[in-house]
Design a protein around this ligand. Structure first.
Ligand code: FES
Ligand code: FE2
Length: 435
């Protein structure tokens, strides 16, 4: 598919439906978007000590993220250089060496081949023939403890790539009284029969909650009032707030930045913060934060209220609610999402419990909220698979975007579809740039 025909698929206020359904385009996306961009892999706390590792995907590539004995984090392609078997099937663990289960070839934590059983069967040293060991992902970098890698040897630096989105990561970390966060509480995984872009579009979509989440809003309204210590208070608060008045959504900020990133302001009012501002746990938390940052510093951090930040094309996270979701495209119509919760180090333990309760409401597979989102992704994918209607319309508040600082654009209102138009602008750049 040439650049001209790809360009024909994206217009300023609409895209052709095949960008969600064409398997050929999907393969190109894996090469040109997931093969080039900085992808979020996780957090340093998942590989604290030498030998600690986890496995994940970068587009089509299975990779091992492992801390080497020199303390650096390495990202290795999970494919044995002998006959191609996956070397590591475990999701997480700790190992001195990685041993392929097929014929026992062994790799050090930097991926170098350090052992070949029955090596006398080869004329030359095997390591020379096979190029030294597991292939290494060319670029690995860290921002505020978050691990990124790129399958491309060149491209923008991580700092340039993140641009103004850095503030969302800063906010995430600065909220910790000890100035550090860590992954905790396991991972929630969900899958849907739909294109990977649908989830990133939805996470900044302020129009859908009133419709998609109507049943959980009604159910929440029948519960006892938040603040009475009722069961799953945090869940009730979240579901109630999805039914916020229309003006709240319109007045929520929504920003788009270079490389397809975007973020949304918060639509929760103070009484629904997690925990509420006057709650003893919050009072204690604020006091510990003030010990590190001072009164003004803590107030500044707590005033930064953001809902989802999208790191295009691979992740969506919530600094204020301590959630990170990593999006794994599996096929043009199949996506898997891994959701992690974080502990703010130094914060009262009750806040972490709230984080997990919140995660169960927004990311848990039994969530009354997430399940509705997954259902609409699948309905959308089915609808897009029917050829009669060619175009997907993204025109809400089109033309109303306003230039903001740092080269970002702010949506005319919070219900703008600016974030989707912005994602497709980046999509087009990646997809038509020369290899
Ligand atoms: S395929 Fe890995 S040792 Fe043979
Ligand atoms: Fe939703």
């Amino acid at each position: 598919m040439n650049a001209r025909s790809i360009k024909d698929l994206v217009r300023s206020d609409r895209v052709h439906r095949t960008v969600y359904t064409d398997p050929v385009l999907f393969e190109l996306e894996m090469d040109r978007i997931f093969g080039r961009a900085w992808l979020v892999l996780g957090h340093e706390s998942q590989v604290r000590s030498p030998g600690d590792f986890f496995t994940t995907r970068m587009g089509r590539e299975s990779v091992i993220v492992i801390r080497h004995t020199d303390e650096t984090v390495r990202v290795l392609v999970n494919r044995c250089v002998h006959r191609g078997a996956r070397v590591c099937e475990a999701a997480t663990g700790s190992a001195r060496e990685l041993v392929c289960s097929y014929h026992g070839w062994t790799y050090a934590t930097d991926g170098s081949l350090c052992g070949v059983p029955r090596a006398d069967g080869y004329d030359r040293p095997v390591a020379e023939t096979v190029g030294g060991g597991l292939a290494r992902v060319p670029r690995v970098d860290v921002y505020r403890g978050f691990l990124f890698a790129s399958l491309s040897a060149d491209g923008p630096s991580l700092l340039d790539f993140l641009g103004p989105l850095r503030a969302s990561f800063d906010d995430f970390v600065e909220r910790a009284p000890d100035g550090e966060v860590e992954v905790a509480g396991g991972v929630l995984k969900h899958a849907y029969q739909g294109n990977w872009k649908l989830v990133l579009e939805n996470h900044n979509d302020a129009v859908h909650p009133a419709f998609v989440h109507a049943s959980s809003i009604w159910a929440a309204r029948e519960q006892s009032a938040p603040g009475t210590g009722a069961y799953s208070e945090i869940g009730v608060r979240q579901m109630l707030q999805n039914g916020a008045p229309w003006e709240v959504w319109e007045n929520t900020g929504l920003w788009g930045a270079a490389y397809g990133h975007s973020w949304m302001g918060d639509y929760h009012d103070d009484s629904r913060l997690v925990p509420a501002l006057d709650h003893p746990v919050f009072v204690e938390y604020r006091a510990t934060l003030e010990r590190r940052l001072g009164r003004d510093g803590a107030a500044r951090v707590l005033a930064e209220l953001r809902w989802n930040s999208i790191v295009y094309p691979s992740s969506s996270f919530m600094s204020q609610f301590r959630q990170l979701r990593i999006v794994h495209p599996i096929a043009v119509d199949r996506t898997v999402v891994h959701a992690y919760s974080f502990r703010l180090k130094g914060a009262p333990e009750q806040m972490f419990r709230d984080t997990i309760a919140f995660a169960n409401v927004v990311n848990g597979t039994g969530s009354p909220v997430l399940t509705d989102d997954l259902e609409v992704y699948e309905r959308t994918q089915r609808g897009l698979g029917e050829p009669r209607a060619e175009w997907v319309y993204l025109g809400r508040r089109h033309g109303g975007d306003v230039p903001h600082r740092d080269g970002t654009l702010r949506g005319g209102t919070g219900t703008s579809e600016i974030h989707i138009r912005n994602q497709f602008a980046a999509w087009l750049e990646y997809m038509t740039a020369e290899p």
